[in-house]
Design a protein around this ligand. Structure first.
Ligand code: SF4
Length: 360
């Protein structure tokens, strides 16, 4: 599939509403790092729903809480991270009751991991064991969850998985150092897909790769999603990459979601000044070269968040009320934006939106 056809399929799938029924629903998730007066509020009541067959992009600067969100939602959060509130509902097949992952017995959770939800971690390509061949590493992983499979079945599956991600099946006998960075990352994606999970979480899967390889991996993910029908949460700080791959995008800032909506609308018409800042920090996909404009200042200290809107010290459009009043994630005042949610006072009244945030 070419990039343009990948993008075409994304846009076709990105009608205002989501694709299918919910598969993962995060409700009021609160995570702190540390205890007492020293604790940092890493997530402050996050709500997010992933739908069947959807690619949901999660973007924001380092430290905004995007990785914490998925590690907490899958109960992989390491101490001193502490989940202090909320629920994470996983919806099994139609007709079955939702399961709250945060309260699921450990044994059930272990069995469900990888089978229902698989994760490609940050820098995963470096986690391949250098002294074992690729095929052995894939088949060991399969054996842990499918002990009843024969060796021949596992070997066949390893070859099938490699060719699924565009690697010649005979590479099962290669060692990791004999593969490029892009190929090693594809091996990790193949391993994550080994048990055909319904949800695939990808945490900065392309960060260590050059832009050409990034694009190839993004195309591959879209193609596999179209073929296999799984849902994806794709985390990155590069919002321009999400425009290529995601159906919907959620933007995080200081442990909260500040804007979410259909990917193509967010790209053309961002409604939150932080989203606009992120988009202006990366080169445009089309058109003439432009000077990149960064976001002034740095993300806030999570132990001492600014009053009112947490973005106000960096926001070029901040008003007096932004310093005292906390904006809540809600609909915009602009007609035809039913699927958009923004936490910014400018969106209460269409006439308040400055030109860069009002391009309809
Ligand atoms: Fe800027 Fe105010 Fe909107 Fe916050 S609420 S993003 S400070 S305009």
């Amino acid at each position: 599939m070419t990039l343009s056809s990948a993008r075409g399929s994304v846009l076709a799938a990105s009608a205002e509403g989501p694709r299918g029924r919910p598969i993962l629903e995060i409700r009021d998730l609160v995570v702190d790092y540390g205890y007492g007066d020293d604790r940092a509020h890493a997530l402050r009541g996050v709500n997010l729903t992933l739908h069947e067959g959807e690619v949901l992009g999660l973007a924001g600067e380092s430290g905004c809480g995007k990785s914490t969100l998925v590690y907490a939602a899958t109960r992989l959060l390491a101490p001193p991270g502490l989940i202090s509130g909320g629920e994470v509902l996983y919806y099994p097949e139609q007709g079955q009751k939702p399961i709250d992952i945060l309260r699921q017995p450990d044994e059930e959770l272990r069995a469900a991991r990888w089978q229902d939800t698989a994760i490609v971690f940050q820098g995963a390509m470096n986690s391949l064991n250098p002294v074992f061949r690729i095929g052995r590493q894939i088949t060991d992983a399969i054996a842990a969850h499918r002990p009843e499979w024969s060796r021949a079945q596992r070997d066949d599956r390893a070859r099938e998985l490699l060719s699924m991600v565009g690697i010649a099946p005979d590479r099962v006998s290669s060692y990791p150092h004999q593969l490029s960075g892009g190929m090693r990352q594809r091996v990790m994606i193949a391993m994550a897909l080994a048990l055909e999970p319904r949800v695939l979480i990808m945490d900065e899967p392309t960060t260590a790769l050059d832009v050409v390889m990034q694009r190839q991996i993004v195309e591959q993910i879209v193609e596999l999603r179209d073929r296999m029908g799984f849902s994806v949460i794709f985390i990155t700080h590069d919002v321009s990459l999400l425009i290529e791959v995601a159906d919907r995008i959620a933007i995080m800032y200081a442990g909260e979601i500040v804007e979410h909506g259909p990917a193509h609308r967010m790209y053309r018409e961002p409604r939150h000044p932080y989203t606009l800042g992120l988009l202006n920090s990366f080169p445009p996909l089309h058109g003439p070269r432009q000077e990149l404009v960064g976001i002034p200042g740095s993300p806030p200290d999570l132990q001492a968040l600014p009053t009112g809107c947490t973005f106000h010290p960096r926001c070029p459009f901040a008003m007096e009320r932004c310093v005292t009043d906390v904006p809540v994630l809600g609909p915009t005042a602009i007609p035809g934006e039913a699927a958009r949610r923004v936490a910014c006072w400018l969106n209460e009244d269409e006439s308040l939106l400055p030109a860069p945030l009002h391009q309809t």
